[in-house]
Design a protein around this ligand. Structure first.
Ligand SMILES: C[S@@+](CC[C@H](N)C(=O)[O-])C[C@H]1O[C@@H](n2cnc3c(N)ncnc32)[C@H](O)[C@@H]1O
Length: 251
């Protein structure tokens, strides 16, 4: 299986138009004044704009390649912005954290990297332990999308053409995947085909949880929901919502 985070330039290419959540998390961070902790900080898609907005941000991530790419990007920033960014390699389930953060964010569906509910509770506990007494947690995740899972298994979807940032070549891209109902894992493979025909692929395993299960994990972690929305603009939750954005505080 190809590590989905092994090739950061492809990650950046794939999510280059993802912007709503950046504005949301930058506003959350700026309102708090920081410091902020990002669990699963990756290669800085959120860390860099948050630091540029004037807020100190710490990060933990399990991918050495994503962190190396973050370091590359950080080095391009002016010193006062570089100094606001501190990231380290670690597992967000077990990371040692200091209770100094006004806000902990666990963004961009990173929850779906948790293979079990116990793992979700562990990450929520990490977030809780990292907060100052009046601190708060923000996260976003998906809710199960039966229509998406009804796609033809291994069919070819979301075809796009990119310019490869590494060599300027043309990349044909599409995604394929399947839904494992028994294990409740949405397997997604991103395929990038070069002009000479050779392919790179990245496999993502999204562990899906029902809303009621997630509510139980939140309670089990000693947290409660202070605010929630079905998007990054404040739309109310509905029974059909496929996205869940929430603010949590200790119960
Ligand atoms: C969808 S990416 C989000 C990255 C970044 N927050 C962003 O918004 O672009 C999920 C990130 O979680 C990290 N991750 C997955 N499992 C992890 C774990 N157990 N501990 C820490 N980081 C993990 C991955 O390496 C990846 O960088």
């Amino acid at each position: 299986m190809a590590d989905p985070y092994a090739i950061p330039p492809l990650y950046d290419l794939e999510y280059q138009h993802q912007a709503d959540d950046i504005a949301f998390y930058v506003a959350v961070a700026a309102r708090s004044g920081g410091p902020v902790l990002e669990l699963g900080c990756g290669n800085g898609r959120l860390m860099l704009p948050i630091a540029r907005s004037g807020v100190h941000i710490d990060g933990v991530d399990a991918s050495a390649s994503m962190l190396a790419d973050l370091e590359r990007k950080r080095a391009l920033e002016p010193e006062h912005i570089r100094d606001r960014i501190h990231a380290r390699l670690g597992d967000f389930r077990t990371a040692q954290v200091e209770p100094v953060h006004k806000v902990v964010i666990w963004p961009f569906n990173a929850l779906h990297h948790c293979p079990t509910g116990a793992d979700v509770v562990k990450v929520l506990d990490t977030a809780k332990r990292a907060l100052v007494p009046d601190g708060t947690i923000y996260l976003d995740c998906y809710l199960p999308d039966r229509k998406l899972y009804a796609r033809t298994p291994h069919g070819r979807y979301e075809e796009r053409t990119f310019t490869d940032p590494r060599d300027g070549g043309t990349l044909m891209s599409w995604e394929t995947g399947f839904w494992d109902e028994q294990k409740r894992i949405h397997h997604v493979t991103y395929i990038y085909q070069h002009a000479d025909g050779h392919e790179e692929s990245l496999d993502l395993k999204l562990h899906m949880y029902e809303k009621d299960e997630l509510l139980k994990f939140i309670r089990d972690a000693g947290l409660k929901i202070l605010w929630q929305s079905s998007d990054f603009f404040g739309a109310p939750m509905a029974p059909t919502s496929l996205k869940w954005v929430m603010q949590l505080v200790p119960a």
